[in-house]
Design a protein. Sequence first.
Length: 120
Amino acid sequence: MYKLKSRKGLDLLSFLHAETLRFIEETDNPTNSKLAKHLCISKPSATSLLDNLERQKLIRRLAAPVDKRKKIIDVTINGTGLIKSNTIQINRAAKEIFNNLNVTEKKALINIYKKILKNI
């Protein structure tokens, strides 16, 4: 199942599924190998992940135009709708979560995130 319940009761995609759909949507000619490399997982694990998303009709695999042995991965209309819905829910939840912080605390948190991201 691709949904998780948050503490607020929201249905959210698992991080792995959400990142997979985002990667597929934003990458030119995404393949199983590219996905495995992006997620730092094995190719068989990427295949299993894609099988799961395909069963749920969130993605589809198409023959590559040049090499028919390769498969190009595409997000379906259902997958795109789920990405949008998930993004809206996450943004709404984030506003609620961070609403308890004052301006100084929000600025401090942003600076901490920036520092962390420099090392990634």
